[in-house]
Design a protein around this ligand. Structure first.
Ligand code: ADP
Length: 275
C-alpha cells in the first residue's frame, strides 16, 4: 500500500510539473510572438518616414544650395541611412527569430552576382585607400542555384566589415569551388583583410546580436553589432557554414561555405575586376 501511495504521489507531482512546464512554454511562446510582432510592425512604421527623409534630402542636395546647407543635408543623409540599416537589420533578425525568413533558391549567373558585389565594394575600398583584390576560381560553374539576394547580403556585409575595420593594406574576396558530382558544387567564399583583427578571447562573441568587441578602439566606427549575427544565421539557413580566422592587429579572414546546385556546367573562366 505504501508503495502505491508513494507512486501515486510521485505521479501527481510529475503531472503537476509537466503542466507547469507546458504553461511556461506557452507563456514564453506568447512573449516571443509579441516581441516579434512589435519589432516587425515598429520597423515598418519607421522605415516609411526615413525613406521620405532620404528622398527629400536627395532633392535638396540636387538643388542650388549653399555649402552650409549641403553639409547639413549630407549629415542628415548619413544619419538617416544609418538608421535605415539598423531598422532593416532588426527586421531581418526578427524574421529569422520567428522562423519567417525564407530562403528562395533561384538560378543565377555567377558572373553577374560577382559584378554586382564587386561594384558596390571596390569604390568603398578605394575611398579608404585600400587595395581591393579578387580571386575567382575559373572553374566555377557559370550558373548556380541559390538565394542570390541572401548570398549577396552575406558577402556585402563581410566585405563592408573588412573595409570598415581595415586602416591600411587590402581587402580580398576569393572564391574557390569543388565539384561534388555532376550537379553539385561546394563553394568557399572568403573575405580577407589586413585590418585590426579580433582578440582571440573576443572571437566567440562577434556573432552575438548587438555585440561589438574592442569598443574603445571602434567607437568612431559606425556599427550596431547586428551584421555578423545576421550573416551567421543566414548562412545556417542556407545550409552552409561560416568560420573565422583572425590575428589581432594583423587581419581577419571570414570563410563561408555553401553547397549549391549547378544549373549550367559551363565554366565561368577568367573573371577580373573589369568584367
Ligand atoms: P558592427 O560592425 O555593426 O559592430 P558586426 O556584427 O558586423 O557589427 O560585427 C561585430 C563585431 O565584430 C564588430 O563590432 C567588430 O568588433 C568585429 N568585427 C567584425 N568584422 C571584423 C573585421 N573584419 N575585422 C575586425 N573586427 C571585426
Amino acid at each position: 500500500l505504501l508503495t502505491s501511495v508513494l507512486l501515486m504521489f510521485l505521479n501527481r507531482m510529475y503531472e503537476e510539473e509537466n503542466e507547469l512546464a507546458k504553461q511556461q512554454k506557452k507563456e514564453i511562446e506568447e512573449l516571443n510572438r509579441a516581441e516579434n510582432h512589435f519589432f516587425s510592425s515598429m520597423s515598418h512604421e519607421i522605415r516609411t518616414p526615413i525613406n521620405s527623409i532620404i528622398g527629400l534630402n536627395e532633392i535638396i542636395l540636387r538643388g542650388d544650395i549653399s555649402d552650409e546647407v549641403a553639409e547639413n543635408a549630407r549629415n542628415i543623409q548619413g544619419a538617416s541611412k544609418m538608421l535605415l540599416t539598423l531598422i532593416n537589420d532588426i527586421l531581418d533578425l526578427s524574421k529569422i527569430k520567428s522562423g519567417k525568413m525564407e530562403i528562395v533558391n533561384v538560378s543565377y549567373e555567377t558572373g553577374k552576382l560577382l559584378s554586382e558585389i564587386v561594384n558596390m565594394i571596390w569604390i568603398k575600398a578605394k575611398e579608404k585607400g585600400l587595395d581591393f583584390r579578387l580571386h575567382v576560381d575559373p572553374s566555377i560553374p557559370s550558373m548556380l542555384c541559390g538565394d542570390e539576394v541572401r548570398i549577396k547580403q552575406v558577402l556585402i556585409n563581410l566585405l563592408n566589415n573588412a573595409v570598415k575595420y581595415t586602416g591600411e593594406g587590402s581587402v580580398t574576396l576569393s572564391i574557390r569551388c569543388e565539384r561534388m558530382g555532376l550537379n553539385r558544387v561546394r563553394v568557399w567564399y572568403s573575405v580577407e583583410d589586413t585590418g585590426q583583427g579580433v582578440k582571440k578571447e573576443n572571437i566567440p562573441y562577434i556573432f552575438n546580436a548587438f555585440r561589438r568587441v574592442d569598443e574603445e578602439k571602434n567607437r568612431h566606427i559606425e556599427g550596431t553589432g547586428l551584421g555578423l549575427s545576421i550573416v551567421q544565421q543566414l548562412v545556417q539557413l542556407m545550409g552552409g557554414e561560416i568560420s573565422v580566422n583572425s590575428v589581432y592587429t594583423k587581419g581577419s579572414t571570414f570563410i563561408v561555405m555553401l553547397e549549391q546546385d549547378i544549373i549550367d556546367n559551363e565554366e565561368l573562366g577568367t573573371f577580373t575586376l573589369d568584367s
